[in-house]
Design a protein around this ligand. Structure first.
Ligand SMILES: Cc1cc2nc3c(=O)[nH]c(=O)nc-3n(C[C@H](O)[C@H](O)[C@H](O)COP(=O)(O)OP(=O)(O)OC[C@H]3O[C@@H](n4cnc5c(N)ncnc54)[C@H](O)[C@@H]3O)c2cc1C
Length: 485
């Protein structure tokens, strides 16, 4: 009998748990340890943040589902890792602390045979002074609670505009090294549409602020897209969309400090500037959770497990930008020092940025971190689960399931406006996520045809369809496994 412990119940943790439980007999234990009592479908937070969807629609409680499916669940957060056990415990374990219920505050050693670290990112608001969601008129849409607050803040500004007070709206990244430009892009399009619906668009100045060098970089160095029968650069497409909707933009901006209604930033020219706003949604930087690791003698071995995020089978050798290769990216998400530990989704340490790193004239790095979206999070979670299942069934290590972000695609479907007939969408599909300049030297590392952009209602329908399909899948309803990751 094997015990598989999964840390985190986001997209990757939940996907791993579901596949493990479906394919392993009940004599093996599958246990999820996660602090949030609910599963949330994060992409739909965008609609919560414009008041068009209630957060109840994008979440459901984990405990009843896990009980029904025979998956163990502890509402707790991992604190530190002991991959060799300790002086008293011979099995590897994770030290976790309960965050709710009668055990709240208690710590427990949770032993395992296999460990899946699917803890995603820490939303590092503290890295930018004053960037506290709900304070200083800045908001976030990274969790359903934040998105609910964002709608409250936006609605107040809309009501003021209805009473003839002009407003400035600022949306984008809140740190020089933030990622997730796609989510901010989707939100700005939705907010802009929402202002039209409330008949206050002419009262608002809407501005995009981002650490990207060019519009449409998305932390992926931009892309050359098929657009109908033409090819187009992603920056041209986003420029066209912003110009069409009268959205202004500030690029190469590293937001360094927020005060009430003031975003202070440094740009690539090394200038320090300030943008005023009445409502802002700024994505924070992401970081690892700061976990510590110890060997059996309780010596600190954190550097064997973590490099900010968790170390996996990537090539972390520092190299100049020109020498980075798609081959540096991991394929099995296995920790090289402890072969029974895996880190799918956002929890693994990327080997390098994808977007060309840039520094300001003062030496400040102002450049997007690599994005890791939902689809790769699901795919990597499933392949990790499949390798563990094969290893358990065959009795020896099996790593046949592989997948690199250099041979995986990502779809950024930015709905703009909510509703079956009124919405529209901007869909940008990229293949592969990490450009492969050897395979596709003439098309900026991407395969044309599989890398394309579209504007229209179809993208919006697709986003809505994905919302329902993925919540159905996450609830493990009949034949859920037929829906791809
Ligand atoms: C607003 C927004 C919109 C997005 N839209 C899209 C989209 O349209 N398409 C797309 O593909 N992607 C989208 N993404 C990205 C997508 O949501 C992420 O790629 C995905 O959620 C990553 O999954 P994950 O499981 O790695 O991390 P997460 O989903 O962040 O899950 C991490 C889990 O770990 C838990 N955890 C945290 N700390 C601990 C701890 N100490 N111990 C145990 N558990 C812990 C958390 O509670 C959570 O359950 C969007 C992101 C945002 C913020």
């Amino acid at each position: 009998m094997s015990k598989i412990v999964i840390l985190g119940a986001g997209i990757s943790g939940h996907v791993s748990a579901a596949h493990l439980r479906r394919k392993l007999s009940k004599k093996h234990e599958v246990l999820v340890v996660s602090p949030n009592s609910n599963y949330q479908w994060i992409p739909s937070n965008i609609w919560v943040g414009i008041g068009r969807m209630k957060s109840e629609k994008i979440l459901f409680p984990l405990a009843p589902l896990y009980k029904k499916k025979g998956i163990g669940y502890k509402q707790a957060k991992a604190i530190s890792f002991f991959p060799e056990g300790d002086k008293n415990e011979t099995k590897p374990y994770v030290l976790a602390e309960y965050v709710a219920g009668k055990n709240k505050g208690e710590q427990e050693k949770i032993t395992y045979d296999y460990l899946i670290n699917a803890t995603g990112p820490k939303l590092n608001f503290e890295a930018t002074q004053g960037l506290v969601p709900g304070e200083n008129k800045t908001y976030s849409v990274c969790t359903y609670t934040h998105a609910g607050q964002a709608w409250k803040g936006l609605n107040e500004v809309i009501q003021k505009m209805k009473a003839s007070k002009k407003a400035k709206i600022l949306i984008g990244t809140g740190h020089a090294k933030s990622t997730c430009q796609g989510a901010a892009f989707e939100y700005i399009l939705n907010v802009e549409q929402e202002l039209r619906k409330h008949n206050v668009r002419d009262m608002a100045e809407v501005t995009w602020i981002s650490n990207e060098y060019q519009l449409g970089d998305f932390g992926m160095d931009g892309m050359l897209l098929s657009y109908g029968s033409m090819t187009m650069k992603s920056h041209e497409m986003v420029e066209m969309i912003f110009e069409d909707r009268d959205i202004k933009w500030i690029l190469g901006a590293g937001v360094e400090k927020i005060e009430d209604g003031l975003a202070h930033y440094e740009n690539l020219e090394g200038e320090h500037k300030t943008e005023t706003y009445d409502f802002a949604m700024l994505i924070p930087s992401f970081s690892g959770h700061g976990f510590k690791a110890y060997d059996k003698n309780e010596n600190d071995i954190t550097e064997k497990l973590f490099k900010g995020f968790m170390i996996v089978d990537a090539d972390y050798t520092p190299k100049p930008y020109e020498e980075w290769s798609v081959k540096d990216w991991p394929e099995t998400y296995q920790n090289p020092s402890y072969k029974n530990i895996f880190a799918p989704g956002i929890a693994f340490a990327p080997p390098h940025a994808i977007s060309k790193p840039r520094t300001s004239k003062n030496g400040t790095v102002i450049s997007p971190a690599p994005p890791r979206t939902g689809m790769p999070s699901g795919i990597t979670a499933k392949l990790v689960a499949d390798n563990i299942i094969d290893s358990i069934k065959s009795g020896k290590e099996s790593l046949n399931h592989k997948g690199s972000m250099g041979n995986m695609g990502a779809a950024c479907i930015a709905s703009a406006g909510y509703g079956i007939t009124k919405g529209s969408g901007v869909s940008i599909t990229t293949y592969p996520i990490v450009p492969d300049y050897e395979k596709y030297p003439k098309t900026q590392g991407r395969q044309l045809g599989k890398t394309f952009g579209e504007i229209g209602l179809a993208g919006h329908w697709l986003k809505l369809a994905l919302h329902y399909a993925f919540i159905y899948k996450a609830k493990m309803k009949p034949f859920w496994w037929l829906i791809p990751e």
